[in-house]
Design a protein around this ligand. Sequence first.
Ligand SMILES: Cc1ncc(COP(=O)(O)O)c(C=O)c1O
Length: 389
Amino acid sequence: MKFPVSPLICGVHPPPISEVKGWLAAANPQLPLIDLCQAIPDYPPPRELTDHLAQVMLDPLTSRYSIDEGLPEVREAVCSGYRRLYGARINPDQLCLTIGASQALWLAMVTLCRAGDEVIVQLPAYFDHPMALAVLGIRCVFAPFDEATGGLPDLAAISRLITAKTRAILLVTPSNPTGAVIPPDTIRELYRLAASRNVALVLDETYNSFITGGVRPHDLFEDPSWSDHFVHIASFGKTFALTGYRAGMLAASEQFIQHALKAQDTMAVCQPRVTQHAVKYGFDNLVEWVARNRVMMERRHEVFRAEFAKGDNAFTLVASGPFFGWVRHPLEGVTGRQVAKRLVEEMGILLLPGEVFGPGLERYLRLAFGNIREETIPEAVQRFRDFRI
Ligand SMILES: Cc1ncc(COP(=O)(O)O)c(C=O)c1O
C-alpha cells in the first residue's frame, strides 16, 4: 500500500485476541493448552434452536433483507424478554437489532458524538470500546481503576471528568474484564448524574444473563422515562451461545433509534434474518436453558474463586464475576504482556494482559474462566501456582 490511510486507525493497536493467539506457536508443547483468552460460551446452542433454523432456512424470505431495525415480531419477542428480566417499559420502536453488541456500540457512538467529543470510559475498559472511539476520533476520557473497589465506578470521580464536550458515560456491567457487577443503586445514581449533566448513560450489558441468581440487573427500564438519558447495548451471542451469528441490540428512545437507523442503513442494513429468527426462538423458548447455563457458570465462578484462594498462589484475584477473573501478577516492573507470554510458553495458559484494557494496567491479567469446564479449573489454577517467579 503506497497511499496514506487515516492516522486515527494507524494509532489503534491490533486486535488483542489476534495478537495473543499469535503467541500460540511458542506454547509449551508438553502441556495441553488451557485457553482463558476469549469469553465465549464453550457449549453450542441447543439442538431445538438449530433444528428450528434449519426449517427457517427453507423459506426464501430468510435470504432477504429485513427492515433496518429488524422484524417487528422479533423486536416484540425481545421486548417480552425484557419485561421478564428487567420489568422493562419498552416497545419495539425503541430497539434496533444489530450485528452483535459490537455494532450496537458503533451505532450508539456515531449517533451521540462528533469527532472531538468526549466519552467517559471506566477502567479497566473492554478493549473494543477505546479502539472504536479512537477510530471515530472521539476522545476517550478514562475514569481511573481502583483496586479497592474491584473496578466499580466512583461517581465523584466520573462527575469530575464531565466537561462541555462529554456526550456519554460508557460502562460495562457485568464488567469485561473484571466480572464486577455494578449494583442497581449505583446504576440509578449514575443515571441521575447523567441526567443532571444532560449526557447519556450507555451501558453495555453483554453478560446480563449471567448475573448470579438471575436477578434484575437494574431498575432503569422500569421508569417510563428511562430513555431520556439511557442507552442500552446487548449481545445475544453470549446469552444463547450464538457469538458467530452476530446477534446484538441497541435500545434507546424512539428518536435516538430513528437517528441510529441512518447509520444502520449504511453500515449493515439489518441484522441477518437467520440471526433474527434465532433471537426470537431464544426469547420465546430458551428461558430455562439460559438459566441452567447461568447456574453452570456460577458454579465455575465458585470453583475458580475457591481454587485461586488456596495457599501458595503468588497471583492475586482482585475481582471476579460472570466469565472473568481479574488478577494482579506478582512481577513488579514487568508488563502484563511479558507475563502473559511466559504463561503461554512455560505453563500452556493463554490469557490477556491487563494493559489491553487501558493505560496503567500492566500489573494485571484477564482470565476468561467461563470458557473452560469446571473439571479443568483446578488444573488451570495449579499452573499459576507452579509458575516460577
Ligand atoms: C463487554 C462486551 N461488549 C461487547 C462484546 C461483543 O459482543 P458481540 O459478539 O455481540 O459483538 C463483547 C464480547 O466479548 C464484550 O465482552
